[in-house]
Design a protein around this ligand. Structure first.
Ligand SMILES: [Zn+2]
Length: 99
C-alpha cells in the first residue's frame, strides 16, 4: 500500500513538472509570434533611427507611426507614440533622425 502511494505521488509530481515546462515553452513562442505580427514598419520606412520614447532601434521594426514636420516617426507601440505626442518638440531629439 505504501509503495502504491509513493508511485502515485511520483507520477503526480512528474506530470506537474512536464506540464509547467510545456506551458513556459508555449508562452515564449506566443510572445515571439505576437511581436512578429505587430511589426508593420521596417527601418527603411521611417525617418527615425530610434523609438524616441523607449530607445528601441528601428531595426527591430515599428508598430505605429506619426508624421511630424514632414518626417515619419516610428514607434514600437501605441503607448510610445502617445508618450511622444505629449511633447513632440522636446521628444523629437531622442528620435535620432536620419540626416
Ligand atoms: Zn517604444
Amino acid at each position: 500500500m505504501k509503495n502504491i502511494l509513493i508511485l502515485i505521488t511520483a507520477l503526480f509530481i512528474g506530470m506537474l513538472v512536464s506540464c509547467s515546462n510545456r506551458s513556459n515553452k508555449n508562452k515564449i513562442e506566443t510572445a515571439a509570434a505576437t511581436h512578429a505580427d505587430t511589426v508593420k514598419f521596417t527601418a527603411n520606412m521611417v525617418d527615425n533611427k530610434r523609438d524616441p520614447s523607449c530607445g528601441m532601434p528601428a531595426s527591430a521594426g515599428f508598430e505605429d507611426t506619426v508624421h511630424y514636420k514632414n518626417k515619419v516617426i516610428g514607434f514600437c507601440s501605441k503607448e510610445c507614440k502617445d508618450e511622444f505626442l505629449k511633447n513632440p518638440a522636446k521628444n523629437i531629439t531622442a528620435a535620432d533622425l536620419k540626416p
